[in-house]
Design a protein around this ligand. Structure first.
Ligand code: ADP
Length: 170
């Protein structure tokens, strides 16, 4: 299973995979961070398609085309905003990954790259978020037999180090 999962430091918009995941907001109309980077790289058609989706609740996921990205698809998921940990944040973050992998199963996507959902502007504690991401991913991979590659694309060194550490520990 660990040869399916890899951790790299880099820019998710550059990844040559079938699908990249966007850490979006409920409006799906673009934003800062990785969301802004993905919209800039994909071009204005991405926003046009996102508008037709009429938003996405926290913890769910929606798929669009990737337009000018190397990736064919973008799976937009909305992570929880950290509010101290007692507002269901762990469950909502878990739901994000579960819903992304549901789409992977439906579309028979073979390779996917994730950013570190919720740990930027949404301030989810990094180690806690990484543990959730890796645990759910390992559970979901078992149910996606066609899946060949799951990448975690880390933008900064601290995020990269936590992913490396937690992937290799279990
Ligand atoms: P959220 O609002 O879900 O916290 P952010 O985009 O603010 O989303 O941050 C999520 C993570 O994505 C952070 O670790 C941030 O450094 C990272 N990030 C920002 N730009 C990119 C990019 N181009 N590729 C990969 N990760 C990115």
């Amino acid at each position: 299973m660990n040869n399916i999962i890899s951790v790299i430091r880099g820019d998710i918009t550059k990844q040559v995979v079938e699908a990249i995941v966007n850490a979006a907001n409920t409006s799906l109309r673009g934003g800062g961070g990785v969301d802004g980077a993905i919209h800039r790289a994909a071009g204005p058609q991405l926003l046009q398609e996102c508008i037709t989706l009429k938003g996405c609740p926290t913890g769910e996921a929606r798929i669009t085309r990737g337009y000018q990205l190397p990736a064919e698809w973008v799976i937009h998921t909305v992570g929880p905003i950290w509010r101290g940990g007692k507002a269901g944040e762990d469950e909502r973050l878990r739901d994000c990954y579960i819903h992304c992998f549901e789409i992977v199963r439906e579309k028979k996507i073979r390779s996917i790259a994730f950013p570190s959902v919720s740990t930027g502007a949404y301030r989810f504690p990094l180690e806690r978020a990484v543990r959730i991401a890796i645990t759910v991913t390992k559970e979901c991979i078992a149910q996606c037999p066609h899946l060949e590659k799951v990448m975690f694309v880390c933008f900064d060194e601290t995020t990269y180090e936590w992913y490396q550490h937690i992937v290799s520990e279990k």
